[in-house]
Ligand binder design. Structure first.
Ligand SMILES: Cc1cc2nc3c(=O)[nH]c(=O)nc-3n(C[C@H](O)[C@H](O)[C@H](O)COP(=O)(O)O)c2cc1C
Length: 494
């Protein structure tokens, strides 16, 4: 039986299939210096994260390919490990043929246009079925899964798209949800109670049935982003994966979960299994996005029944707690659409890494009325329980640069007049400053100039035409220029 999400649409003949490999090849061709291959053996137990951390200290997020990662079993893995595939806005923008500034808005636009639908193919045509391991053949510790931070209890799946189907309509749901490798065939997950996979878990619990579940790992970032779009419940994420990547997502029936449990045919790995509602075991502490360890808890247990993978499959891993570029970009589009409804003059939204990619929102508006900033603040703060602080700035402020947003706060706001504080809101349990009972305080700053006609000093400038004419390369020389030290020449503080 085929699920309702699969409305077959002919795959155009000769079309390049979107997968992780096609992305790597295209990205490497476009940005050869931003892809770094490490050929020496290196341990997935902290050593790979140390490399990621050193790059983060430099504020650089190259796509790293570790060709000889050492696994939890102590062997050099036959699978390479990719890190930072979605490591920064440039890669996300490249994946969906957008720009640094517009990537989050274009991501959302493609979701709402919904132009492409998934298609089901035969097992024999699916690359992810090139290798099929079932039952005792499976040992998760053979995969190069990273043990990232010191107090994590072991290796964690962090770029796994956890997929379940709702039992009433059989519609798929996909979300990034962490998985602790607790044994050769046991994963312990975190399904937060608001998540749609958790709603599916509760629905199975009510029916007294185990829940079929799969992780898929390693795919084209556009597919990944599409599958990870914020949607209503139940709504198909396979459909939005198709819409965002601009191509019908190829699906294939599972090996051990039945023909109507569909998984992406062009993923690098699929891990299949069962979650028995109520079966829980200790999971975490885990180094989370706010850069603190989240508490130990009872995690939902995923008993693995099969792994299928491509030949020379590439394992993909997020540096959770180190690199928050991805999470922020996802939030931006939702904030933008909510603010746009009340303040059509909104021009850009940025959720910066300085707020752990969740807590701060910088909102740029073309101000025409002094009431707009407060409307924008209220809309942004209510768009997601994650957003704690909204700062509204004028059009001349670059919202992608914390320095300029802070300059606007410094010179365009007076806090007795321009600050809004909203106590007792939903807070994130992973934000250590959130109070008891999960209540947090939200707030906003209007860091805009008065609406026109205004009396406000004019910002300094050097004439544009002179700036364009005088280049450093011409007057100082490319070679000498490269030797000028970066201003921050000390090691970033841990
Ligand atoms: C890198 C990353 C890791 C995440 N890890 C988890 C997790 O372990 N558990 C969880 O419930 N949500 C996690 N999330 C958040 C969910 O993936 C996100 O809220 C998702 O959109 C929820 O999907 P849903 O709308 O189907 O519920 C993570 C997000 C990111 C970006």
């Amino acid at each position: 039986m085929v699920t309702s999400v699969t409305q077959p649409e002919a795959q155009k003949t000769g079309e390049q299939i979107n997968d992780l490999r096609s992305f790597l090849a295209a990205y490497r061709a476009a940005f050869p210096d931003d892809v770094i291959e490490v050929d020496k053996p290196i341990d997935t137990n902290f050593e790979c994260s140390a490399v990621g951390r050193h790059f983060e200290d430099l504020n650089k997020f190259p796509l790293l390919l570790f060709n000889q990662p050492i696994t939890a079993n102590g062997n050099v893995s036959k699978f390479p490990l990719a890190v930072n595939v979605t490591g920064d806005r440039r890669k996300l923008a490249f994946a969906i043929n957008s720009t640094f500034e517009d990537v989050s808005i274009d991501w959302r636009k493609r979701v709402s246009e919904g132009k492409h639908k998934p298609v089901v193919i035969d097992r024999g045509a699916a690359p992810v079925k090139e290798n099929v391991l079932v039952g005792d053949q499976v040992d998760l510790r053979d995969l190069p899964i990273m043990h990232i931070h010191e107090m994590d209890p072991g290796p964690y799946i962090t770029a796994g798209m956890l997929t379940t189907f709702d039992p009433k309509h059989n519609i798929d749901n996909c979300a990034l949800q962490r998985g602790f490798i607790a044994g050769p065939r046991e994963i312990r997950c975190l399904l937060v109670s608001r998540s749609h996979n958790y709603l599916n878990y509760l629905a199975h619990q009510e029916l007294g049935k185990p829940m079929k579940i799969a992780y898929w790992v390693g795919h084209h970032p556009a597919v990944f982003m599409g599958a990870h779009s914020n949607l209503g419940y139940p709504e198909s994420h396979y459909a939005t994966a198709s819409a965002v990547s601009g191509q019908s997502l190829r699906l294939v029936p599972s090996e051990t979960l039945g023909d109507d449990f569909l998984v992406p045919a062009d993923a690098e790995f699929v891990i299949e299994g069962i979650m028995v509602p109520g079966k829980r075991a200790l999971e975490a502490p885990f180094g989370e996005y706010p850069r603190y360890y989240g508490p130990q808890r009872m995690g939902e247990v995923f008993d693995v029944t099969a792994i299928t993978h491509r030949n020379n499959a590439i394992w993909d891993q997020f540096l959770v707690g180190m690199n928050n570029n991805y999470g922020g970009t996802q939030e931006e589009a939702s904030i933008y659409s909510v603010v746009k409804r009340v303040v059509p003059e909104v021009t850009r939204v940025h959720v910066p890494v300085s707020g752990s990619g969740r807590f701060h929102a910088y909102i740029q508006i073309r101000k025409t009325h002094d009431g707009q900033p407060r409307e924008a603040i209220m809309a942004a703060l209510s768009s997601s329980y994650m957003i704690k602080h909204a700062i509204v700035v004028d059009e001349d402020i670059d919202v992608f640069d914390d320095r300029w947003v802070m300059w606007a706060v410094a010179t365009r706001s007076q806090w007795d007049r321009d600050v809004m504080i909203v106590p007792n809101c939903y807070g994130s349990i992973l934000d250590p400053s959130t109070g008891e009972r999960g209540l947090g305080c939200k707030g906003g700053i209007d860091a805009t100039m008065p609406a026109p006609p205004r009396r406000f000093p004019k910002r300094l400038n050097v004439p544009d035409k002179v700036l364009d004419k005088i280049t450093l390369e011409e007057y100082i020389g490319t070679e000498r220029l490269a030797r000028v030290p970066e201003q921050r020449d000390r090691k970033a503080r841990r």
